[in-house]
Design a protein around this ligand. Sequence first.
Ligand code: SF4
Ligand code: SF4
Length: 427
Amino acid sequence: MSENYRSMWESLGLDLKAHDALLDVLGKGYRDIFLAQKNRPQGMRYFDFVMSEVHGLRIKELLDEKAAGRKVIGSFCVFVPEEIVRAADATLVGLCTGADFAIDEVEKYLPRNTCSLIKSAFGFKLGRVCPYIESSDMIVGENTCDGKKKSYEVLNSLVPNLYIMDLPQMKSAEGKALLKAEYHRFKEAVEKLTGITIDAARLKKGISIVNNKRKAIHRLMNLRKANPAPISGLDALLTNQVFFYDNPVRFTDSVNKICDEVEKRIEKKEGVFTESAPRILLSGCPMAVPNWKLPWIIETSGAVIVGEESCVGERGTRNLTDDSGKSTDDLMDAITDRYFKIDCAVFTPNTDRLKHIMEMAETYKVDGVIHYGLQFCQPYLMEAIPVEKALVSKNTSTLRIDTDYSMEDIGQLKTRVEAFIEMVKVK
Ligand code: SF4
Ligand code: SF4
């Protein structure tokens, strides 16, 4: 950290000792995983800086915004429409769900067989180590999987400002009507929180800010089709993770700068891996900061990740929101249309996801797909089997991995991933 933020963390009620320990682990992990990579685009230095200040400068910025009367809203899911939050001059932040923390404490509130992502959200709250959750004026919990839905009943007793958003489970007309009604209810809640009436002009501004972020990410993902891969999967994942934290305009500029650099690399046929490195598509559960275990294993085993079919990846950023509507209602409809296309595994049936995985495997010219499922995540583990069958029927090698956030299975995972990569190479 470039400044001493201790008094700021103290004012947020953080447990400074536990927080120091977390930052030590995070810093070491980042150095070993990201800074150890060779030939990274220069533009990634901005993301190194963001990560070094993720609990420092970024939190100070949020607190400065709050002091100026703006609100901060925390969320756990890509179904929470950032456009509506931005339209009220508020800031949406993703809440930490990518590492184990205070597990003993968490298991007093949740069953042991709960997925790591949900446990992580509770661990960061119970351990008092997340400045984002403590800075949030509203925390949005969404009714997606059963684990999240039921855990929010418990979280409600731990935070004073939980807002529950209901979500459909089927892509039917009734499902869409429910989503639309919920987004209107959310808009009203944001208006009440901020004291700002969201009109069409404000919505258009919000849509533009968020679309620009997505366009920059689309540009980067498109460049990853090149061979040799001009940027590592780890660095691309990092940009997708920072998407949820950073100032959106600054983020957009920074990703576009990386794209300018990556375009030049492609012209010169310069890559971070050799042309013969197997190209892998990672598909499955979202990977929030600092969940880098599996991508790190893959990319230190000689393969390169060229796409993420994930909510921290293309599933989350795939579509833009149409901003051509004239009225607030038109624009709210456009927001509903955009989010209704997200093919999260909580939907049934969820054929679009399978279609997207197949499309991505083809577009990114992958040699294999690694499906990442978190232990106890019924929706994604259930879908992993038909996904594997469909890919194998098209002759695409697939490896199904079930894991959690612990480091205990690193050796075993590395052995399986290396064997898979060897098999893909021979093929
Ligand atoms: S996987 Fe589903 S529940 Fe999780 S962030 Fe994505 S859309 Fe939300
Ligand atoms: S990883 Fe699976 S079980 Fe965990 S919160 Fe997401 S959808 Fe639910």
